[in-house]
Design a binder for this molecule. Structure first.
Ligand code: ZN
Length: 102
């Protein structure tokens, strides 16, 4: 087993794991059971992703790099110009008042 990724949180870990699996890699998550109570944010590095075949390391790292690039290119949340609701960056319209965002 080879450690390939330190996740920020369980959601980050699951998304990255899905990408690795989509890339055909045999991988697994460790540390998700070490989390504390509900709502508690574990420190970075607690949840890790591992691949079973070290010869696939380069491919796995490429997938992780693309995944991280994708995270960075996400648009930040912004307020609706009409009603002020906070809209997540991926949405082009306000879910509250239907105004278009630019
Ligand atoms: Zn709005």
């Amino acid at each position: 087993m080879l450690r390939i990724y330190d996740a920020e949180n369980i959601i980050d870990a699951q998304l990255a794991l899905d990408e690795l699996k989509a890339g055909g890699l045999d991988c697994c998550m460790k540390g998700q059971h070490l989390m504390g109570g509900v709502g508690e944010i574990p420190p970075s590095g607690v949840i890790t992703l591992w691949i079973s075949a070290p010869q696939h390391e380069q491919r796995a790292r490429d997938i992780i790099r693309e995944y991280e690039d994708g995270k960075r290119s996400e648009q930040p949340s912004r307020p609706c110009p009409k009603c002020g609701e906070i809209i997540e960056g991926n949405f082009g319209r306000c879910w509250n008042c239907n105004a278009f965002l630019d």
